[in-house]
Design a protein. Sequence first.
Length: 261
Amino acid sequence: MRKLQITTAIIAIILVSGISSDVISQDLSGKQIIEKVYNRETGDDQTSDLTMTLINRSGSQRVRKIKQFTKDMGDVEKSIMFFLAPADVKNTSFMSWAYDTDKSDDQWIYLPALKKTKRISSDSKSDYFMGSDFTYDDLGDRKLEDDTHKFLREETMDGVDCYVVESIPVDEDYMYSKTLVWVNKSNFIGVKKEYYDEDEDLLKILSIKDSEEISGIWVITKSEMKNVQKNHRTTIGLSNVQINTGLTESKFSERMMIRGL
């Protein structure tokens, strides 16, 4: 699967891995840098616990507990998450299928109060997911060719040498006018991303706070999306990560969304 995994689904945003040092070059174009970020290994499947914390401008917090599963099936990556707590969101579930083709992502949400599974339409992709600072579009798969990529500069951030790449969407009506991403030069892990609104004003910043190596794959264990215009933040903490456990395809279906854990 080709994806910029500090940009897409919550699952994808927090699961990253490095690549071998023999690909490092001083003469990479913006597209080549982003392609290396897209193509890193994340394992065949992953299971983990998520703690999502919503923090408003006054510092008040709402904490949500989630169980998530992902599986790479070659031409499609499927993910599903189940909300465990608090009571007002318990048994809500969300599923996303990201295709390694020109086909747009498929996304569904199950709302237990309505006892109904709703398909997320293209018109709803700019809506925010469950009160967080991630849109449904952020939770999808951004493909390499959806943007034009320009290498801007090299920059050191928090002691890490990075490439800085600007990505401008091919679709002029896309919800972001551009994004900037900081990519670790040593392993091509994205460590920070800025999102700009339609007026080219800074809207959101995604920051990677902590990571660890699990089963040979680098996993981001803490990340934060901050909406600078609303002064609202969403932090994601990851724990109990299991990689390559042999999840079956049957885990990822509307039936499982309704059935829950």
